[in-house]
Design a protein around this ligand. Structure first.
Ligand code: ATP
Ligand code: F6P
Length: 487
């Protein structure tokens, strides 16, 4: 469990939500328990600053009640819903409160890591109050000046009792002034180190992340998937228009362009007057044996091959003589048939669980998410970035920023010849889409409304076994919450 620590308006909720989004994207069941929401539910949103005054005994009792309720829900979530990582989002600003929570967690064998945010920059704190606190339900319909004054008074009550983390025997990361200084204590295990690395990469400087797919390719025109084809004439036209579009958004701000190592993205970025970087990790989802085929060919070929195999066996065509004379042909036929017999149903099931469906000899969306993890880490560190990418790749990255459920990722609409601009905000992202006036084919395949209720071939629906997924699934989860709890 991660326990946030810090004075109000220090970015605790921001950090909690980011960590939650990152872990959920990596398929780790994660949930934030925000004590402020419990307070609003149990005692109403409109509480004056005096509610938070340590001298106000009634307020103190009520605040502890909220924390206890959140804690109990969290423990229930671990026990009943088999949660993996919980983030306990409150100020947890006194040793007494932290000890109370630590003890409760210890009883349930829940391992705790503290994430403390310290911010001495008064201007930033003021900016945070203006940006998020005045629009919170706590100050709904209130005069902004009075609200800001009340919130500052709330902060000073907390300042009077705040005890920064110094507990030697606890696991913690202390982020000072948005990570310009970082203190680590007793960090252990893969997940904790991963989160430390993630937190060290976060920044809150204003910036935009642009996405565009490559211009229309020759394979797009032929409805073929995969490959490494060139741009079509319309794709080249899009590449020609792209710099103007980006320049309109950016003015003279700096930008770095990331492409995959495939010709269609490199050609699309060719005229962009910015530094460029090629990432192998941005290459399109690998369609394995289906690379270079159309969706129709995949279905028709595999179905025909299966039908032929059926006919072959039924007619006992496999004469001994033929197999002796030409063992090589026999073996090859066997391999093709063995593959084909399995494949049609296998492919037909793709839409049953498209996120997990792995092309034979290729990748699934889940595989792509794990290979994109370093890209996300680097994106968090960077400022303005334009990714000239591919449909499946951009779906996965977009899904991370917009916090979309896994099952929806493979169906996100990322049309050709469209620039998507995401601007990270306190608790989410603003989005603008700009369709460039150059026609292109539509490569989006919507999720079929009615799916066949067939079993997914277990071979191809096994989740990715990347280092990261294994580590999360089997190594760190038991470390975070070791005991197998009785329900
Ligand atoms: P409260 O205790 O009142 O719930 P909080 O500490 O949870 O406050 P947030 O609601 O998360 O504060 O504040 C969000 C703002 O904090 C955002 O505007 C974000 O840019 C900013 N922020 C994010 N990270 C940090 C940080 N490490 N230090 C200071 N501010 C940050
Ligand atoms: O603004 C401070 C705040 O986030 C309140 O919304 C919330 O009630 C409180 O912190 C929860 O933390 P604690 O229980 O430690 O006071």
């Amino acid at each position: 469990m991660f326990q946030m620590v810090g004075l109000p308006a220090r970015g605790k909720t921001y950090i909690a939500q980011k960590v939650c989004r990152y872990l959920q994207w990596l398929s780790v069941t994660t949930k934030v328990f925000n004590v402020g929401n419990y307070r609003r539910k149990l005692h109403g949103a409109h509480q004056e600053h005096t509610f938070f005054d340590p001298a106000n005994k009634q307020g103190e009792i009520k605040r502890r009640e909220c924390a206890t309720e959140a804690l109990n829900d969290m423990i229930r979530w671990f026990e009943v819903e088999s949660g993996t990582v919980a983030i306990f989002d409150a100020t947890n600003s006194t040793r007494a409160r932290r000890t109370f929570i630590l003890e409760a967690c210890a009883k349930h064998d829940i391992q705790v890591m503290f994430i403390e945010s310290v911010c001495q920059d008064e201007n930033l704190v003021l900016q945070n109050i203006m940006e998020v606190k005045l629009s919170s339900p706590d100050y709904k319909d209130m005069d902004p000046e009075k609200a800001a004054e009340d919130f500052r008074a709330r902060i000073s009550h907390y300042e009077n009792q705040y005890e920064p983390i110094t507990e030697k025997d606890t696991t913690y990361i202390k982020l000072i002034n948005v990570g310009s200084q970082v203190v680590l204590n007793l960090i252990q295990g893969y997940l904790q180190s991963r989160i430390v690395y993630y937190l060290m990469n976060l920044h809150i400087l204003p910036r935009s992340i642009f996405f565009t797919r490559h211009g229309e390719s020759m394979f797009n025109l032929m409805s073929k998937i995969g490959g490494d084809s060139e741009l079509s004439p319309r794709g080249r036209q899009y590449a020609h228009e792209l710099p103007k579009v980006i320049q309109n958004y950016l003015g003279d701000q700096k930008l770095t362009v990331w492409t995959s190592t495939m010709r269609r993205t490199i050609q699309t970025a060719e005229s962009l007057p910015y530094p460029k970087l090629q990432w192998k990790a941005l290459d399109e989802l690998d369609a394995g044996v289906c690379d270079g085929m159309t969706y129709e060919e995949i279905e028709v070929l595999t179905t025909a091959a299966a039908a032929f195999l059926f006919w072959y066996i039924e007619n006992n065509y496999c004469s001994l003589l033929r197999t002796i004379i030409c063992p090589f042909i026999g073996l090859s036929l066997y391999a093709v048939f063995a593959y084909a017999a399995e494949y049609p149903e296998d492919y037909a099931n793709r839409d049953d669980d498209k996120f997990n469906y792995r092309y034979r000899g290729g990748e699934s969306y889940r595989d792509v998410v794990f290979r994109l993890e370093p890209v996300i880490m680097e994106l968090e560190r960077q400022q303005n970035i334009l990714i000239v990418g591919h449909q499946a790749i951009l779906r996965c990255i977009y899904g991370y920023f917009l916090n979309l459920p896994q099952d929806d990722l493979p169906y996100i609409k990322i049309p050709l010849h469209t620039v998507i601009k995401l601007t990270p905000k306190a608790y989410g992202c603003d989005e603008v889409r700009y369709k460039v006036d150059v026609d292109a084919v539509d490569t989006h395949r919507p999720k079929p409304l009615k799916l066949k209720n067939t079993n997914v071939n277990p071979i191809n629906s096994i989740p990715a076994t990347s280092v990261l997924s294994n580590a999360f699934a089997s190594l760190d989860a038991p470390i975070l919450k070791r005991k197998k709890l009785d329900v």
